[in-house]
Ligand binder design. Structure first.
Ligand code: FEO
Length: 389
């Protein structure tokens, strides 16, 4: 899909409707898109490219709308889904130079074998005049990777943000008109890609607050032509406040843990806590990640396997650790047959600054005293959440 989003500024959205996995890790229930932008001026500037799997289609569109001339290719981010088309662009437009930051230049060289002589390195806040407009480049590290930059066209009032403010959402809508759908996809995307770098994203939002723009043009998902929607959502997600929610990733082998989880959900809901359970045997980890964005507490449910936690629970704990949500409290509920060190394994994997609420680990099928302990755990969580108000 191609549209002129401002005079002589074209959005090129390549839909990848059928892609179901990103980085061989992240589920894509709604596919994704790779967005690039072309500014036609005295110099024609392409901002980002496309995933290599869509290169042929991308180059054919680009040849048509550029009328055969690309002077600069801005690489906001060196990951292959945006930079992977650069070699093909340089092949099709041999006069083009790649503009990127210091770290981007190193990564483009290492990952895509783009030679130094094809790269123009810009410094933070450096400007390049391309005719009737001047593009400004801001270093915004850890918008996924450490080399990321954002490109700003003040004359057009457009911010080209690459991964930031994106969503893995393949849709026929060029702009983010279905706010609920885009919100859900963008939140999930934030959780998977941006949440580990929350403190950096916070600083970047402060930087962007000083710029005037009416379009946010990311490189995944629909373009934001009412950008307050996505900026405000991000402000909420990166804020330090947490919600009165408990996320329960769990796995049950023979029913003991499931019985505990069922009882525990009832106890929490009776106390007006929003509960989000995820059976790890069927869970889409993107949904689990999205739920972690603002929950105050996580309670992991696991049986013992070979003396330790169930491997699915280990995976969930590892994801929790690397995604670095702002969760304040964590607890574990579980069941073992003849012995286990599952608590030790789990607690050793957790971030050091998280508060662990007294776990409930039972021997075999849960009995009366075990349910009393689960009730107490629900009360403990209520009290912890009150302290956070
Ligand atoms: Fe969409 Fe980090 O690449």
């Amino acid at each position: 899909m191609v549209r002129e989003i401002k005079k002589d500024v074209y959005g090129i959205i390549i839909n990848d409707w059928d892609r179901r996995l990103f980085d061989e890790l992240i589920p894509l229930p709604d596919g994704t898109t790779y967005n690039a932008y072309l500014i036609k001026d005295r110099k024609n500037v392409l901002i980002d490219t496309s995933d290599p799997r869509k290169t042929d289609k991308f180059i054919s569109i680009l040849k048509k709308i550029s009328e055969g001339r690309i002077d600069y290719v801005v690489s906001n981010h060196s990951e292959q889904d945006h930079a992977g088309g650069i070699p093909a662009v340089l092949n099709a437009f041999p006069e083009a130079k790649v503009i990127t930051g210091e770290k981007g230049a190193i990564l483009l060289n290492k990952l895509l074998l783009i030679p130094d002589e094809s790269i123009i390195k810009v410094k933070n806040e450096e400007e390049i005049n391309i005719g009737s407009r001047t593009l400004k480049f801001f270093y915004t590290p850890w918008v996924h990777w450490p080399e990321t930059i954002i490109t700003y066209s003040g004359q057009d009032r457009v911010l080209f943000t690459c991964d930031l403010f994106g969503s893995h959402l393949s849709t026929s809508s060029f702009y983010s008109t279905d706010n609920r759908k885009v919100y859900d996809a963008a939140k999930r995307y934030y959780a998977e890609i941006m949440m580990p770098f929350r403190s950096h994203i916070k600083k970047h939002l402060d930087l962007l607050a000083g710029l005037e723009f009416d379009i946010v043009a990311p490189s995944h998902g629909p373009i934001h032509n009412s950008p307050d929607f996505i900026i405000n959502a991000y402000k909420d997600w990166v804020s330090d406040s947490v919600k009165n929610e408990v996320v329960i990733p769990y796995v049950s082998m023979h029913g003991s843990v499931e019985k505990m989880v069922d009882y525990f959900i009832d106890e929490l809901t009776k106390r007006d806590i929003t509960v989000k359970p995820f059976n790890l045997t069927v869970t889409d980890i993107g949904e689990l990640a999205g739920a972690l964005v603002d929950a105050a507490t996580v309670v992991l449910g696991t049986p013992a396997v070979l003396g330790g936690p169930h491997p699915s629970a280990v995976y969930a704990t590892y994801l929790f650790k690397v995604l670095r949500p702002k969760t304040r409290n964590i607890s574990v509920i579980g069941s073992f047959g003849w012995g286990s060190n599952m608590l030790k394994v789990i607690t050793e994997m957790l971030p050091k600054d998280i508060e662990i609420i007294e776990p409930v680990i039972v021997n075999g099928y849960p009995q009366k005293d075990d349910f009393i302990a689960l009730t107490k755990l629900a009360d403990d969580i209520v009290n912890k959440h009150k302290e956070l108000q």
